[in-house]
Design a binder for this molecule. Structure first.
Ligand SMILES: [Zn+2]
Length: 322
């Protein structure tokens, strides 16, 4: 891992720096303490920036393993039983407040996202920092679309665009324009088809985004397999109200604060839980090898996941380690 390597290199170069100071033993000892303190500070700042860089280069790498490809828009894999999704530093993909179609069953088919009214040429923005995984055209489906993977574990999909503004493998910031609104693919009337996926599985975007109020629903959302269905229904009811047919630009973009009365404070729910971090099991992994890869003990892995020490694990499985 680059991070480990960088951390090691840093420690080594700092050691050299210390050794290279031409001072007598006593002096060295006397000076060492402040140097150590400085070194620590430097270490943590440097490591933090390395982590941030790595997060951008391979977002949510531990959740997705080495599954970075520019081919599949999505392939459903195993979901963690529970997973905290950090929604801080978001940007609404569009200022439009009108949801024209909800997530869920529609005319006997599953609609895997939210449809938001936009006009052709409207700027569509990345919802979070991330890295563009797919930029493609699909005549019978998404039309021109973009898939972005984010460090918080989510992948977002933006469909029916009239134009792409990004390239595959490009690192983007939250709010960066990624395309223009359109009516391409299987679409009647210009709109943005917006999906949020975790491990390839489509989750109701209304669990995270409240388009009518142009806000996220909380700083972080605890996704839990058990309560997903129930939460999803509530989210559709509270945040996914479908707008009426004859839109005016005012209805669509509203005025800031205008629809604040629609917000249901009851559903705003910030879960202040310690951060959880997950690892996706690769072929050949054992609890021991995972423990050493992620830098925790086997005991800790067992405790966090309710495993026995001789627990059988299989590739694709999600294991919590923090
Ligand atoms: Zn749609």
């Amino acid at each position: 891992m680059t991070l480990k390597k960088t951390a090691k290199t840093l420690t080594i170069s700092l050691l050299f720096a210390l050794v290279a100071i031409p001072v007598a033993g006593q002096d060295l000892l006397a000076r060492q303490a402040p140097v150590d303190r400085r070194a620590k500070k430097l270490d943590s700042i440097e490591i933090r920036s390395v982590v941030a860089r790595e997060n951008m280069q391979s977002p949510a790498a531990l959740l997705y393993g080495d599954d970075w490809n520019n081919q599949y828009a999505h392939r459903a894999t195993e979901l963690p039983d529970s997973f905290v999704i950090n929604l801080r530093h978001f940007c609404m993909p569009t200022p439009s407040r009108v949801v024209t179609s909800n997530f869920g069953s529609r005319w006997g088919r599953q609609h895997k996202g939210l449809d938001i009214k936009v006009y052709i040429g409207d700027t569509i923005r990345s919802a979070f920092n991330g890295k563009v995984r797919i930029v493609k055209y699909e005549r019978r489906g998404y039309g021109n679309y973009v898939v972005i993977r984010h460090p918080n574990g989510l992948e977002t999909i933006y469909g029916h665009l009239s134009k792409h503004l990004v390239k595959e493998n490009q690192v983007v910031r939250a709010g960066e324009p990624i395309g223009l609104g359109g009516n391409t693919g299987r679409s009647t009337g210009s709109h943005l088809h917006f999906e949020t996926r975790l491990c390839g599985v489509a989750l109701n975007p209304a669990l995270f985004f409240d388009f009518r109020n142009q806000d996220v629903v909380a700083d972080q959302v605890l996704f839990s397999k058990d309560s997903y269905q129930k939460e999803s229904t509530i989210a559709t009811r509270e945040r996914g109200k479908v707008g009426n047919g004859g839109y005016t630009r005012d209805q669509i973009y509203g005025t800031p604060g205008h629809s604040a009365d629609l917000a249901s404070t009851a559903v705003r729910n910030t879960i202040n839980q310690p951060e959880r971090v997950y690892y996706k099991v690769l072929k050949g992994d054992t609890l021991e090898s995972i423990a050493s890869k992620v830098g925790v003990t086997v005991d800790k892995l067992c405790r966090l996941n309710g495993y026995r020490r001789n627990q059988a694990i299989r590739p694709g499985q999600i294991i919590r380690y923090i």
